[in-house]
Design a protein around this ligand. Structure first.
Ligand SMILES: Nc1ncnc2c1ncn2[C@@H]1O[C@H](COP(=O)(O)OP(=O)(O)OP(=O)(O)O)[C@@H](O)[C@H]1O
Length: 315
């Protein structure tokens, strides 16, 4: 079943947290939600998990607007929030039983699934220990196990692996992949480009409450260019150095200045040229303008480039 989000909006008094958010997500797909602090990601997630009512918009599932049926949303969605709110005295199994009660699930029907999930997330040995004695990584894994207890079709994860070691991250990533193999859909808010690179089938970048870019990671990278070049004419470039260097490339076919207000000047290169050819072209342009070269880096764009340059509004 495809999830369709249509024109969600939310303001807090005079702060327009979410101006307009629309996307659709098919079964088995992972959508990464990126954006700087304050972009509106948490607001979007809170609406999609019924924690906050929107000012407008729709969430369609099987053609029905389920915003009018919060109970249906809670059945469909498993949610792992940024902040962990867990009892310290309960054991993991007791915590899952407690959660089952809140969700009106019969524990005797869900106990086996709970134990399987704890095992799958590497918590079997610790399942009868008090959560207060768990490490941060163990708590996160327990949170994910709990979010999956009612067998949701959609998993919404707000920075699920922040601060975790690589083993815990990979365990969580593999569980997310398994969830999609069984037809589940995932919405993942993350600031971690490696995580996005690893998991996302689709990426949506929010900026000041609106979608600034969306598409598959491959399409977004291709849209940026074949290569991203970062160059310095000297180690500490002044604003004037940057403008001078940027001016050399302004209007050149197949070259686009991405920015020149950082420690380097960044360019996007379109076309099919080999990396060495691109390097040669850049160097000859700089030489032609009588500018020195301190450093030159040419690479295929990655998700961080897509993100960085989409927010500047110049890609
Ligand atoms: N309860 C609230 N009351 C007033 N303003 C709020 C509230 N919640 C969020 N905002 C504002 O709405 C805007 C969007 O915030 P939101 O938390 O959705 O962003 P975010 O993309 O999740 O940021 P972060 O990456 O820091 O979690 C911000 O300007 C924020 O200050």
């Amino acid at each position: 079943m495809t999830l369709e989000i249509k024109d969600l909006k939310k303001s807090y008094k005079d702060v327009a947290a979410l101006r307009s958010l629309s996307f659709s997500l098919s079964p088995g797909r992972i959508l990464a939600l990126l954006g700087p602090n304050g972009a509106g990601k948490s607001t979007a997630i809170k609406i999609m998990t019924t924690l906050v009512p929107p000012d407008g918009g729709q969430i369609l599932w099987e053609g029905r607007d389920i915003l009018r049926e919060p109970r249906k949303i809670r059945d469909l969605v498993g949610y792992v929030s940024q902040e962990l709110a867990m009892d310290k005295v309960l054991t993991a199994v007791e915590f899952m039983q407690f959660t089952a009660g809140i969700l009106h699930l019969k524990w005797r029907d869900h106990r086996d699934r709970a134990l399987q999930l704890l095992d799958r997330l590497g918590l079997k040995e610790a399942q009868d220990r008090q959560i207060g004695k768990y490490s941060g990584g163990m708590k996160r894994r327990l949170d994910l196990a709990t979010a999956l207890l009612h067998n949701p079709r959609i998993l919404i994860l707000d920075e699920p692996t922040t601060g975790l070691d690589i083993e815990a991250r990979e365990l969580i990533w593999s569980l997310i992949r398994d969830f999609t193999k069984e037809g589940g859909s995932v919405i993942l808010a993350s600031h971690d480009f490696q995580e996005v690179q690893q998991l996302a089938d689709e990426v949506l970048i929010l900026d000041r409450g609106v979608v600034s870019q969306s598409g598959t990671p491959q399409a977004l990278k291709e849209q940026l260019g074949q290569f991203v070049v970062r160059l310095q004419t000297r180690e500490y470039m002044t604003a004037r150095d940057q403008e001078q260097a940027a001016a050399v490339f302004a209007g050149q076919t197949g070259l686009r200045v991405l920015n020149h207000d950082d420690t380097w000047v960044a360019l996007a290169v379109q076309g099919e040229s080999a990396m060495s050819e691109v390097q040669g072209t850049i160097l000859s342009h700089l030489e032609g303008a009588d500018l020195p070269v301190f450093s030159l880096n040419v690479q295929h764009p990655n998700m961080e480039d897509v993100y960085r340059f989409s927010l500047r509004g110049d890609s």
